[in-house]
Every structure is written in C-alpha cells, then in structure tokens.
Write a protein that binds this ligand. Sequence first.
Ligand code: ZN
Length: 433
Amino acid sequence: MNDILDTRLMHPREQVALVMTRIYRRGLTTTSGGNISVMDENGDIWISPSAVDKGSLRASDIVCIRKDGTIEGLHKPSSEFPFHRAIYGIRPDIKAIIHAHPPALVSFSIARTTPNTNILSQAHQVCGPIGYAEYELPGSEALGAKIADEFTRGYKAVIMENHGTVVGGCDLMDTFQRFETLEFSARTILYGKAVGTPEYLKDEDVDAFEAQLPTPLPEMASVSYPPDEREKRAEICKIVHRACTQGLMFSSYGTISVRWKDNDFLITPTDVPRWDLQVDDVVQIKDGRREPGKNPSRTTYLHQEIYRKHPEINSIIITQSPYLMAFSVTGASFNVRTIPESWIFLQDVHTLEFGTQFAGRTEIPDLVSKSNPAVLIKNDCVVVTGNQLLQTFDYLEVAEFSAKSLVMCASIGAMVPINNEQVEELRKKFIKD
Ligand SMILES: [Zn+2]
C-alpha cells in the first residue's frame, strides 16, 4: 500500500486503512481502540471494522455501509458507527471522522476539561475551539445524540467525557491533521505543567501573526533542476518523514530548508501535510524568487534572512516537538547543561518572545550562530540551524531528548546542572572556534 495519503484519488477503504496504521504507529490508538470513517460522494460510509487488529489493518478489512443501510464487507462495522452516522447526519460539511483514545486527550477527558488550543498559534487555527460531550454508554444511540449535539454547535473536535475524542473534517487529511494537532496541543500543555505554567495566546496574538505574513515572493520565469538540486529535495523529504515518525514534526507544522548555492535554497511548502511530502512539493528559492505555482513555507523570509547573514549555516529546521514546546509555552528555563552531549551540541538555548519570529524582526537571525544553533520562540516553535541537514536534525533530536529528560526529572527532584568549571572543560576539549 502507498504510504502517501491522497484524499482525491485514493479509494476510501485505502485511506481509512492508511490513517489507522499511521495513528497506531504514532501511539495514538491501541490494538482494539479507535475507529475511522469516510463518507463518499454517494453518501456511502466506509468505516474501520469492529474487533480487527489496528496494527495490521488492510484496505480489504474496511466495511462499507451503503446509503440505504446495506452493509458490505468481511467484518462487522465498528460498534461506534452510530455516532459517526449521527455526525454525518447533522453536518454536511464533515466527510471524515476519527475517534480514538490518545493518552493526552484522555487525560483531559478524565479530568473533565478541554485543552485550550490557544497554546500555539496554528493549533488554534487547525483545531478551533473544542466541544465537550458528557458520558454515555459506548456504541449507544444516546452517545451519538450527545456528540451530535456538540457538532451542531459548530465544533469540529469534541472531548468525550471519560472516553476520548472525536474529530471531523472536510476529508480524511483535514481530519487527521486536526486529530494529530489536538493531541499535540494536549501533550504540550501537560508537559508544560510539569515544568511551569503554560501561557496562552490571546486571539489578538493569533491575528497579529496572520496579519504580519509578508506577501509571497515573486515567481521565477523559468526553472531548472540540476542533479545537486534534486539531491537536496530527496534529502529534505527523507528528513521530514523521519521527523514525523520520530514525533519531531507533524502534519500541520514543520519546515525544513537546505542551502543550495550562494543564498539560493530549497524549502518545504506551506500547504502539504508533512507526512505526505514528496520531492515535487519542495520549493526552489532562487535570486529571491520562488518556483512558479508553489507556495513555500510561510517562514521563508526568516530562512532567507538567516542564510544571508550566516554563510556557515546550510540548513534550518523550524518545528514544534512536544517536550521543547513545554518550555516554549511556559517560558521555563531550558537548561541544556544536563549531560555533556547536550551542552556540546546546543550550548545555551535562549527563549525569545512571541512576535520575534514575525517578518522584519531581526532577533532570530541575530541570535543564531555556531554557538547558539537552537532558539525557542514563545508559543510558537523551535528554530534549529546547522551545517549539514543530518547534523541539524541531530541537534533537534538532542534538544527534544534533553527537554524530555527535564520534564521527566521534574517528578523526582530539581535538576543539578553541570557546573561552570565542567562546562569550561567541555568547551576546551570539544568546541573548536
Ligand atoms: Zn472509543
């Protein structure tokens, strides 16, 4: 089966099987839990089966419930089909639904509250406000009615009390992005609470972010793809997919760029879900112009400025990973003097205010350097720079691991950092200027 989700031409049963496999591998559902459905143009619903291993689901396992109620397939449809049907019944704009019990969202569901998606600017945009459906017996019509009630209010994502979450969208890609982003936001808040107090963006902050985005670069008249350019495209795709698999990037967020020659570079697009990025999606930026017909990342201006200012930097990753974001949303000090490796790779990581990532601001390009390869931006992202892309990716991994250790350490006691003398010793031995 193709690993790239194509909601336009891929058969609904293949879409359901692919996304179920993806969320199972990412630890967002269990072997028996969760269900996914797609409603096609004919009004037929394709849904994952009941009691089939989610870890090895195949397209042929997917059940079809025709508009007239006839059931076709090798298995029984999911026992939660009633609430899928109820949602499609009242929301003609929803064509795909994911229900699962991902751990962070279940934490909110058992504490009987909803995550505030104003924790990160794009989370608010992708998820919107979150509904809350009171407990009812799984598989019951009553549960369907409670959930449908929330969807009637306009929500596209709902926390189910003592149960999990249900998320809808205009197609399965849209739904998967919302589901993944919502669980990510929940994790960020939970981990943030371990190290500090999460601060939320005001709606004005989110609007200000949207308002400052510069107009896209002009298009180039003609474009060529020499072998070294193609090589870099493939390299970017490989690292993006690896970042998604490793939980360092997800559908709705994450940008990678690689310097090609002089100040020309290749960068990921803004409108393609990261899991499904292909070489043809990567955008060439040459002489300040973009490849025709493509939309480069909305942070292209920042990459451009960093490359212009720093000839030694050849690759940049801007992303959100849950443990680093715990520090980004709280402003808690991210002290990488944890183990020698972390300090040697990252040295000291600073946190800049929300807004410093806006077009025209110079704080980030001014700060990043060989001795400050990574910087956190409040309620937004981590920016990691480096020479080779694999090295930059390694820095990101080291940073996320360090953040994870600090979050985990919070439950057993205060972290004792490597002292100044030990840092100087590391500097002498490992840092070459
Ligand atoms: Zn369930």
